[in-house]
Design a protein around this ligand. Sequence first.
Ligand code: DMJ
Length: 456
Amino acid sequence: MKFLLSIVLFVCIASETFAQRKDAKFSEEMKAEMCVKVKAAAQHGWQGYKEYAWGADDLKPLSKTPKLWSKTSMLMTPVDAYDTFILLGLTKEAKEAKDLILSKLSFDVDNEVQVFEITIRLLGGLISAYEQDGDKKFLTLAQDLADRMLPAFNSKTGMPYRYIHLQTGKKRDGINNPAEIGTLMMEFGKLSKLTGNKKYYNTAKKAIMYVYNKRSKINLVGEQIDVETGRWVKTESHIGAYIDSYYEYLYKCWLLFGDKDFKKAFDKHNTAIKKYLIDKTPNGWFMRYVDMNTGKETQTVYGALDAFYAGLCAFAGDVETGRQIQEANYYMWTKFNIEPEEFNYKTDSVISAYYILRPENLESCFYLYRKTNELKYLWQGKVMVDDIVNHCKNDVGFASLKNITTFEKANAMESFFFAETLKYAYLIFAPETTIDLSKIVFNTEAHPFKIERNKK
Ligand code: DMJ
């Protein structure tokens, strides 16, 4: 009995402390301390890259060896990190990254690349570098890269193949997905605005709108589509991997270019997503998997990638839905003290136990804080940043986790850790003037693009 009472007392005190902390004051000094912490993390990771992987794509932080994505390095980490260094005021690091990029980066290489990854990380990084810094060499590199990727769109439907060889233009894998087809629009579209050549915008728009026009009667899309026939190969619908940023770009392209076709498409999908995917639980609003034609539930899986939708909802004006989904996101994070890649939110059991330094939970936290100014998002941000530093930092950088239940590390430091995770972490605590969301839109890799003013 005594034992039971003390457990009840402990639970009461613990939840009261959490409740108090959610609304507790977060002083300007504490915000500044968090900014210093995030900057130090960026410097630490970059130092490791410089010492052990200079000129490579990424650093492998456990073996302390370089990682190449293809035959020849295309400087994934420096390009992804550059605008984060600028934003964080790390001028020395920004100069080092810029010098390396402009002296070494070439796309005339014997590399087969994944169109989506290279677009969001490299093309996006180079475009934002050009807009931030003004050096035309960034734009020249970006245009050369885009020209080499354009043959990927040569299909009967205009939707791109997944892989392209940068020298031969040989394309491969015509079973693509909405995310990898749609998440090219901001980068190719922006390139048209910067160069005056409309072909990039038109090519990417034809592809994303093809997906939209193949939506089901209930306005959802599936997970895989054949780029030659336009036939859906997998009809499961959700907001996770292979679909996620297709929805994100419909909204963001409306903001960026003012093209109403994107807004119409986003609104249609968003209404359907809210109707069929949201699952309201006591732990927050999760997003289920359903069949794209019937809307019937297929799985109750949720994970690190899905967490972006809270921020997108809030950003797109539905703060209340965003707030409820962020409750689920934070539940997922704190349940395991770092989120898993995937878990079953009905049974609380882990499906994929790894954590690869993903940003989406922090990204949504940032948008929710910007939209509501509620202190709880500062606390959420602090908990997540502290957990990442405590569990992922090693002597030369930050490592992914093989398993979030044991905190065993894995030998990878993805470039999006610099581009996104650290950027959103910093922006939660930095003065609002650091980034004006009425003037820029982040691409899905958190590269800021200036909003075009000529709305149509
Ligand atoms: C990033 O490359 C982008 O955010 C993409 O949209 C999803 N995956 C990673 C981060 O998790």
